[in-house]
Design a protein around this ligand. Sequence first.
Ligand SMILES: C[S@@+](CC[C@H](N)C(=O)[O-])C[C@H]1O[C@@H](n2cnc3c(N)ncnc32)[C@H](O)[C@@H]1O
Length: 377
Amino acid sequence: MKFTVMTLFPAMVDRVLNESIIGRARKKDIISVDCVDIREYTQDKHRRVDDYPFGGGGGMVMRCQPIYDCYQDIVQKNKPKPYVVYVSPRGTVLNQKKAKELSTLPHLAVLCGHYEGIDQRVLDEIVDEEISIGDYVLTGGELPACVLIDCISRMLPGVLAEESSYENESHYNGLLEHPQYTQPRSWMEKEVPTVLTDGNHRLIEKWKNEESIKLTKKMRPDLIRRPVPDNKRLRFVTQEDHDILIEMMDSFYHTPGVLHEVPKGYFEKTFQQIINGDPYVNAYIIQFERKTAGYCLLSHTYSNEAGGLTVWIEEVFVSPDFRGHKLADKALREIFDLYGEDVSRYRLEVTADNKTAKKIYYRLGFKMLDYQQMIKE
Ligand SMILES: C[S@@+](CC[C@H](N)C(=O)[O-])C[C@H]1O[C@@H](n2cnc3c(N)ncnc32)[C@H](O)[C@@H]1O
């Protein structure tokens, strides 16, 4: 994969990405990193690249011209043109899912800001996406660019040593990694858990999984609500599910159990929220014999009345070809297992005459609510 970094400090990025695993990946030509100096493109006779902001305020703003000319030069030298990410604190916060998605691109160009940022007009002209590396502000985009490139590169084949797989690590499957131990077996009277030294691989795997869940519940309870995808019936939605999921959502909104049509643009928006790891939404693909049979869309909220996390079962849909296998029923039971005690209440809406759905929900333990619902949009 090819990376081009547009920056005022090319040496800074180049040096960081020349060390260790990423440095080796560059030497082995698994990735290439080209750091381009934006200042080389300025037409200002004093080589300035920034100016005072219109409307006042402190600091300087990077001007359009050098950045645009730098970009044009990159585009001219690279066909097809690269996907451009501006690293910025106002972007979508980077996560493992996003890095995985970007790792499928042939060429990524990363634009680094400095000072107070970049003139919006050039951003509107050349940037495909803004990505932040966290909710804090750094002096420049160079470190975020390194973080982004490191995170993407280690998921490319051949970058990590064969035995160390990123698939087992924190965040890949929605959980944090279990604790790790190495020699010596005893250190300051602290022992390595015996299960890891007894050689029973089944028990080792079980221990690792349990420790992962325990640790995630303790350190990041927000993640545990997005359970693991190693389930048979349910799996996480991935970018590849885009077309089929949108199609299924459209079918869902044409079933008799739904009272209102929904603009198709909403499906796209919801899909992006799911892929971006929005904490308020969660979705699963329902599988049957490894085929995509349906989906389940959930949203997360808090209820004082229920005393905790409330999960709305927004949509459960099984495609016509897969009906008759009780898939909706089984998928919901798996969801209850996956969320476990973290959830105080599940809620859903059902039309008064949808007898089939009501039968399933009653069987699963739902009861009718005496309240009437009201909405404002
Ligand atoms: C001082 S920051 C500008 C902050 C900007 N004035 C604001 O309030 O959003 C300078 C540059 O650092 C980079 N940067 C700072 N914090 C970042 C973060 N959390 N993630 C990604 N890039 C960041 C961006 O490229 C940004 O243009």
